[in-house]
Write a protein that binds this ligand. Structure first.
Ligand SMILES: Cc1cc2nc3c(=O)[nH]c(=O)nc-3n(C[C@H](O)[C@H](O)[C@H](O)COP(=O)(O)OP(=O)(O)OC[C@H]3O[C@@H](n4cnc5c(N)ncnc54)[C@H](O)[C@@H]3O)c2cc1C
Length: 452
């Protein structure tokens, strides 16, 4: 039977953007109805308890020190964070050889290090010329948007194959897609939105500095608890019809009549919702182009973080391998030990084609080569192929191919009648991250509150 509801605002999607919008509106005394397709809240953030109850994050997990919006929410809601484990040596695997190092820079040739530093400095310098609210208005926007990240990398001047592979993998990890299909303007915008390219790559002082006690999903769970019955799970929205004084949002099993709607789904998924009146051609073109790439995040769980006792941090890199990057993702309590292992873009696609057993064997072999024999015997091995997730389809955010931001960028946040847009892809500061999602939801809520 169809449940019919009325609310001031209907929020579509209960990821961090949708939940943050709903919370702000709720706190301002508006009635909200949140419709979520999945049977859980959190979207691209997905905390799962292991059999002993320890939380592990299958999706978004890390917060940077400057992520004030999500830290603010966590504080208000009473959720704590802790520092990612960084003590010990990191490992770079170069043609089967282990190269241990400390700090940010692997032990590669001084020339390679210098050319990477120069490429990064150039990126940072150009990114400062990108207006954070409107990258498409940068003086050199057309030039930067006509070029792909892959083309920029070819000419970045980085010397030695190992340095090039490492840098390419790090940049590919930001977008996860094919770098031929990613605009250089998007890379500059991303760098601007996070302060510097080093911030995006770093643990200490950077994007991977903090984790959330109880898992990154615990904040979403608490917000959902505050919103109570206003959150409807298993309610994929199929249709959004705007009339002169209201908007009707129809999902499986429930329909909501509201004064305004916030759509917070990933851009490509908005195309699967039927809009009446229909979305404009240019918005459709934007959403068709704004796809997210393949990425696999695998959580390999051990009784203890045994690598710490061996003087290793758990951080490792082997570009192009079945485990391109690893990080220590052990819960706050210090056990069980958790290694998060990633593959990005075309490498994730290639590794994804192996059968499950083969992939697991190959990943454990790679981890054993880095961290020793105990790595071969995990207690859990949890893979998440985000591009196969029906309600996400790609990771960790949509990337914009050349030409898209300058043509269609202004539409990202442009209000469409009674419909407002949220989601990390619409954010400026912390674009693409959990913090960006929170800010986008708060911005969409403010737009609606401003309408009175
Ligand atoms: C593997 C991975 C690792 C990441 N790592 C980090 C990290 O360490 N730090 C960081 O800051 N960020 C990270 N990110 C990015 C971060 O998770 C996202 O930026 C953020 O969670 C996006 O939130 P959102 O609310 O904008 O979108 P989403 O979380 O995608 O929320 C959208 C919601 O809409 C729902 N939905 C979709 N279609 C419909 C429909 N038709 N009807 C109803 N509901 C619908 C979805 O189910 C989903 O719940 C990572 C992402 C992934 C996938």
């Amino acid at each position: 039977m169809l449940e019919r509801l009325e609310a001031d605002v209907c929020v579509v999607g209960a990821g961090y953007a949708g939940l943050s919008a709903a919370l702000r509106l709720h706190e301002e005394g508006r009635t909200v109805a949140v419709l979520e397709a999945r049977n859980r809240v959190g979207g691209r953030v997905w905390t799962q308890p292991l059999s002993d109850g320890s939380p592990v994050d299958r999706g978004g997990a890390w917060l940077a020190p400057r992520h004030d919006a999500i830290f603010g929410l966590a504080r208000r809601i009473g959720v704590s964070t802790y520092k990612t484990w960084v003590r010990g040596a990191h490992l770079l695997v170069d043609q089967g050889r282990m190269r241990p190092y400390r700090g940010l820079i692997p032990k590669i040739s001084p020339l390679a290090v210098a050319t990477i530093a120069l490429a990064q400095a150039r990126l940072d310098w150009s990114s400062k010329r990108v207006p954070i609210d409107a990258p498409w208005t940068a003086k050199r926007a057309s030039k930067w948007d006509s070029r792909s990240v892959a083309r920029w990398l070819e000419r970045s001047g980085i010397r030695t194959p190992v340095a090039r592979d490492l840098f390419e993998m790090a940049v590919r990890g930001l977008f996860t897609g094919d770098l031929d299909e990613t605009s250089f303007l998007h890379l500059l915008f991303l760098v601007r939105a996070h302060g510097s390219i080093n911030t995006l790559f770093s643990i200490e002082g950077g994007s991977q500095e903090n984790m959330v006690e109880g898992g990154a999903g615990s904040i979403a769970q608490r917000i959902s608890g505050i919103l109570g019955d206003a959150v409807h799970l298993d309610a994929p929205v199929r249709c959004v019809s705007q009339r002169h004084d209201h908007v009707l949002v129809e999902a499986n099993g429930v329909s909501v009549s509201a004064r305004h709607a916030v759509i917070s789904v990933p851009p490509a998924l908005a195309l699967e919702i039927e809009f009446d009146p229909v979305l404009t051609e240019d918005r459709i073109a934007l959403y068709r182009a704004a796809v997210a790439g393949p990425e696999t995040k695998t959580l390999v769980v051990y009784e203890e973080p045994f690598w710490r006792g061996m003087g290793l941090s758990g951080q490792s890199a082997e570009p192009g391998s079945v485990s391109e990057v690893t990080l220590d993702a052990t819960p706050a309590g210090g056990s069980p030990g958790v290694i998060a292992s990633f593959t990005f873009g075309p490498v994730a696609e290639r590794v994804g084609k192996l059968d499950d057993g083969e992939r697991r064997r190959a990943a454990l072999e790679a981890l054993s080569a880095r961290f020793g024999a105990p790595a071969a015997s995990p207690t859990d091995f949890i893979e998440t192929s985000w591009w196969a997730e029906e309600w996400t389809r790609g990771c960790s955010m949509a990337h914009f191919p050349p030409g898209i931001l300058t043509h269609y960028g202004p539409l990202l946040r442009e209000v469409f009648g009674r419909v407002h847009w949220a989601g990390t892809e619409t954010s400026t500061v912390s674009h693409g991250a959990i913090d960006g999602a929170v800010r986008s939801g708060q911005r969409a809520a403010a737009e609606i509150l401003d309408r009175g």
